[in-house]
Design a protein around this ligand. Structure first.
Ligand code: SF4
Length: 200
């Protein structure tokens, strides 16, 4: 695998950036779940009120669904997210902790591989390939994958790059997708990796 584009993007985006403003394990996991199909800054705007009203998983699991919906109603799919959030809180309260393996994490309500990989990377500080729509698009355009299914994209990247690259690659491809490599009208003319791109 030619890693030239990855190396250039690593220099282009040298900082580690966390878009979600949570570090406590349950709150971070819940925030990632809430961020599906929604901008991270919208999630950051509602979670302080959520934690003020329901500081612990036990509190949140006992909340009325309509009260959770009222707090998170500015987020997309807020009814489904409220249901998942309450169920997630109940399961974490029952377990007494957030699990620390992929197998256990994806058994939690509303938690898929992307959410689990975010958690593994951010909270457990372990290597993870975080596949979202930005990552998939940029990875395909740079020839790092030919898959469209997120699970296949993840597996191809895991087999093409050493695990020491996974978290950094996840971040820089995501940032590049947000900044230049938009789904429509990507800014190829000023893109630092245009010489390595299949789609420019
Ligand atoms: S050249 Fe264009 S399509 Fe290719 S990575 Fe850069 S912005 Fe994306």
């Amino acid at each position: 695998m030619d890693r030239s584009a990855f190396d250039i993007l690593s220099r282009t985006y040298p900082q580690e950036i966390s878009f979600l403003k949570e570090d406590e394990p349950f709150r971070f996991l819940a925030s990632v779940m809430l961020s599906a199909q929604t901008r991270d800054d919208y999630v950051n705007a509602v979670t302080p009120e959520l934690w003020r009203c329901y500081p612990t998983p036990e509190d949140l699991s006992g909340a009325r669904l309509e009260d959770i919906e009222r707090i998170i109603h500015s987020l997309g799919f807020y009814r489904a997210k409220a249901r998942n959030l309450k169920a997630l809180a109940g399961e974490v309260a029952r377990l007494g902790r957030v699990p620390d393996t992929m197998e256990e994490l994806v058994r939690l309500p509303g938690v898929g591989r992307k959410t689990a990989n975010c958690y593994i990377n951010h909270v457990l500080k372990e290597p993870a390939v975080i596949v979202d729509t930005h990552f998939s698009r940029v990875a395909r355009r740079l020839g790092y994958t030919d898959a469209t299914d997120p699970g296949e994209v993840e597996m191809q990247i895991r087999s093409s790059f050493p695990d020491s690259d996974w978290s950094r690659l996840s971040m820089v491809l995501n940032l590049h997708g947000r900044k230049y490599c938009h789904a429509r009208n990507p800014e190829c003319g000023i893109c630092p990796v245009r010489d390595y791109c299949r789609s420019r």
